[in-house]
Design a protein around this ligand. Structure first.
Ligand SMILES: NC(=O)C1=CN([C@@H]2O[C@H](COP(=O)(O)OP(=O)(O)OC[C@H]3O[C@@H](n4cnc5c(N)ncnc54)[C@H](O)[C@@H]3O)[C@@H](O)[C@H]2O)C=CC1
Ligand SMILES: O=C(O)[C@H]1O[C@H](OP(=O)(O)OP(=O)(O)OC[C@H]2O[C@@H](n3ccc(=O)[nH]c3=O)[C@H](O)[C@@H]2O)[C@H](O)[C@@H](O)[C@@H]1O
Length: 437
């Protein structure tokens, strides 16, 4: 099938590459000329495990092309995916200007039947708006379909190729057939394609992300309670997660959820609810808990240093909002850095993939260490903000020998508390007793 993907960011690039990998002829369109030039030249623009190999193969075999020219890019397409940004507007609602702008352009461009697919995360009613915007100038038939994306960064290729489900919102038989054929190869393993109306599909995406965020905030509050009552959140998590009705996943407490999606999508659903004259109380609490959780380690750090961080120096491991990505959008590490620097401390940071992005954002606000152990030089303590595998089994003797104090504040519960005690560390984590020296 001939497919065009408009917007070649995270979702667009994964979508385009995976469709090419399953034998489709894919053109990706982006207004960012530098990005298009890099991608056309074979240089991948995001860090995503497993994607580069597929990208290179499909580019070489001419199933994947890139252009800045929307009209040329969509000319032969049967299906046009819109994988455009939907950032939060000032009032927290999703900003639809990117999508509606392209919809308006498409109305003037398309001359034969196309299925136009909202892949972006968009509020209920957007498919209708896109339909109306295209229809203003369009002289041919077309359908607008809602097909939200559920991939996670870091495992995006697997999530796209073997999805738990594909949600397709359309009431058009013609579009349903096209989308069913296109996604058939991805759901052969038995997971379903769920056909529904456009509004239900749009709400499914927000409900899924908001529910996952709720699970995380819930466990973060349980972790706080564990510390107050002397329980161990690791034990509680296992005990709770063994119930199939609850499930083991997304119960890991930490320093809050970040990334480009949970924070903005929970906020957007709250705003949609307000617009519909409904106060979504649970989600307001979820956001509130998450805001506080990002700075969960700060009182512990302050308490250790008697509320005087002036002149103290911290090593910080992990900048990405989660492992296996270089994405630092809404990363809890950034909030910790802000708080430490505001209190008069200095920080040296290390991350396996996200250093360049942080350098662009923070410049000389922090210092950078290209190796995780160099990061520890002259530091009063180590703070861990992201659970990269490479941080899970470090050389503890080296850490102890390099840090000024054997002191670790771990926002991701990487180590066993009793072991840290044996090794002679003062070790503080989330929802578990501290090991003290
Ligand atoms: N990043 C993720 O893991 C996931 C994101 N989503 C949703 O997918 C949507 C896209 O997200 P990302 O890929 O992360 O965004 P992104 O910000 O990485 O990429 C968006 C791309 O669109 C391009 N663009 C902007 N205006 C354009 C125009 N007029 N014509 C052509 N290209 C244009 C930008 O240059 C950029 O390359 C959002 O709604 C997001 O909520 C959904 C699931 C997962
Ligand atoms: O709409 C989106 O963009 C995507 O948002 C999330 O994916 P992603 O943001 O890539 O990352 P997650 O693995 O969901 O993690 C999000 C945040 O939650 C945190 N988290 C996750 C799980 C957990 O148990 N505890 C926890 O604190 C992570 O550290 C991270 O900061 C969803 O998992 C995807 O299904 C969805 O498609």
């Amino acid at each position: 099938m001939k497919i065009t993907v408009v917007g070649t960011g995270y979702v667009g690039l994964v979508t385009g590459t995976c469709f090419a990998e399953t034998g489709n002829d894919v053109t990706c369109v982006d207004i960012d000329a530098a990005k298009v030039s890099k991608l056309s030249g074979g240089q991948i623009t995001i860090y995503e495990p497993g994607l580069e190999k597929l990208f290179e193969r499909n580019l070489k075999e001419n199933r994947l092309q890139f252009t800045t020219d929307l009209a040329a890019g969509v000319k032969d397409a049967e299906v046009i995916f819109l994988a455009l940004p939907t950032p939060p507007g000032e009032d927290g609602s999703a900003d639809l200007s990117y999508i509606l702008k392209v919809a308006e352009q498409l109305g003037n461009i398309i001359t034969d039947y196309k299925v136009i697919v909202d892949k972006s995360t968009v509020p209920v009613g957007t498919a209708e708006k896109v339909q109306a915007t295209i229809a203003k100038n369009c002289k041919c038939e077309f359908d607008v379909v809602s097909n939200p994306e559920f991939l996670r960064e870091g495992v995006a290729v697997d999530d796209f190729m073997k999805p738990d489900r594909v949600v397709i919102g359309t009431r058009s038989e013609r579009a349903r057939k096209v989308m069913g054929d296109l996604f058939g190869p991805f759901v052969r393993q038995g997971n379903p394609i769920l056909f529904m109306d456009e509004k239900s599909a749009e709400l499914t995406k927000y409900a899924a992300n908001s529910f996952l965020a709720t699970k995380i905030s819930f466990m973060n509050e349980i972790a706080i309670l564990c510390e107050k009552l002397g329980a161990d959140v690791d034990m509680v998590r296992r005990g709770v997660g063994s119930d199939d009705r609850i499930g083991k996943r997304f119960l890991f407490p930490g320093i809050g959820y970040g990334g480009s999606c949970f924070p903005k999508d929970v906020q957007a659903l709250v705003k949609s609810s307000e617009d519909a004259d409904y106060d979504f109380r649970i989600l307001n609490a979820v956001m509130d808990v998450n805001e506080k959780q990002k700075l969960f380690l700060l009182p512990k750090i302050n308490a250790f240093f008697n509320n005087d961080l002036k002149g103290k120096h911290f090593a910080l491991w992990g900048l990405a909002f989660k492992p296996n990505t270089d994405d630092i959008r809404e990363a809890p590490a950034l909030y910790i850095i802000d708080a430490l620097v505001a209190a008069g401390a200095t920080v040296t940071v290390h991350d396996p993939e996200a250093m360049e992005n942080v350098k662009r954002l923070l410049g000389d606000k922090v210092s950078y260490a290209s190796h995780q152990y160099d990061c520890l030089n002259d530091a009063d303590a180590l703070v861990i903000a992201t659970e990269w595998s490479v941080f899970r089994t470090p050389d503890f003797e080296k850490i102890k020998a390099t840090l000024k104090n054997p002191l670790i504040f771990d926002g991701r519960n990487l180590f066993d508390v009793a072991r840290m005690q044996e090794l002679g560390f003062h070790y503080e984590s989330v929802g578990r007793a501290a090991s003290t020296i």
